[in-house]
Design a protein around this ligand. Sequence first.
Ligand SMILES: NC(=O)c1ccc[n+]([C@@H]2O[C@H](COP(=O)([O-])OP(=O)(O)OC[C@H]3O[C@@H](n4cnc5c(N)ncnc54)[C@H](O)[C@@H]3O)[C@@H](O)[C@H]2O)c1
Length: 409
Amino acid sequence: MTKKLVVFGLGQRGNIYAAFAKMNPEKFDLVAVIENNPARMELAKTTYPGVRLFANYHDFLAEKIEADIVAVATQDDDHKEHAIAMMEAGYDLLLEKPIANHLADCEAIYETSKKYNRKVVICHVLRYTPFYSTVKRIIDSGKLGEVVTVHASENVGYYHQAHSFVRGPWRNKAASSPMILAKCCHDMDILRYLIGEKCLSVNSYGSLSHFTKENAPKGSTEYCSDCPHTDCIYKAQTLYTSPCSDFFANYFTTKEHTKENILNDLKGTQYDKCVYQTDNDVVDHQVTIMLFENGKTACHTMTAFSKEIYRDLKIHGTKAELVGCVEENWLEIRNFGGEVERIEIDVSAANVGGHMGGDYFMMNSLYKALNGEAAEGVTYLDVSIDSHLMSFAAEESRLNNGETVKIRR
Ligand SMILES: NC(=O)c1ccc[n+]([C@@H]2O[C@H](COP(=O)([O-])OP(=O)(O)OC[C@H]3O[C@@H](n4cnc5c(N)ncnc54)[C@H](O)[C@@H]3O)[C@@H](O)[C@H]2O)c1
């Protein structure tokens, strides 16, 4: 049965959910969009004709529109207000990660969901990717034996780090959230999901080591456009005109991505800033070790310093080990005393969104869950909040030189 969807915040993420409905009309019917940016409202009129548009959520609530789910895809700091208002009005939610930037706000959202008995699905899109879904099925089949320990790494990519976490919206902890939440809550969720137990305690180490004023090359200037170091690997003009960073240019230009438009619109913006001379303070590397129930352990490494953006995974079970690379969509089961099985993951079914199929398959699972069917990957806030508790605990540990922090719940 088709489900009625409302998108709250028609930005990069909200558009994916709206586009899913448009491309899969037998699953979701986009009944309303709440968006306060006039340019995006205009775009919505042509992209999603006939859909009711609201410039603020109070007007939307006044209309009492019937809907099965509201996708809250506004910015992190607004999640608390928007999620709570929607739940109080009677809606179940698809809520973008992070749940909120602060632990108290996450708890407030959770308490509201319990008070009103609302379902809240968090957009932990990775768990819906064909890669991690396959891994989860292999674990559940018992093929690896008992999972004993997991090692996961998140290689952010030097250019992605420079864009998002040195120059961009997530560069400063006070203005956004710590790296381990903003970037790695997905990974914490995956570890919780794959291990299938609660995390009991964490220890974490890390720092901002490279993108600091002390490391600025002699003679470098505040803006790359004025800088004599033309061969710097972080030079904004080079990064934003290279194919790997093309998408990131959306952050400072709405024009066509010609070299001329990018260079003109980049000049003098936050994204033209020298990576050694901005107000960033989030870490560029962090290692977190975790103890789960039943003595299971995990280790997660986040690093800025990789040529490409990729995550890799090693799961050590009592009968076999599993290794794989998420972005390359392959995994191997190395059976002890047996064969090495190589599995190539097929992501071709995904017709909308990104995240190696995660966006698409999340919406499919959500549809099934809303229809009361078994829905792979779907958990609600009572489980999903664990990833955030792990992240906040890791940050607390990091700030206290790696001391053990117990997860309180
Ligand atoms: N699940 C993931 O993997 C993933 C990936 C990227 C971003 N995110 C998260 O998704 C959320 C949205 O990110 P984005 O990149 O789409 O941001 P965005 O800025 O492109 O989109 C947010 C939209 O909300 C609108 N908006 C803001 N306040 C509003 C209000 N009061 N009323 C109506 N509309 C309002 C903005 O105009 C904008 O169009 C963030 O929380 C972000 O951290 C999640």
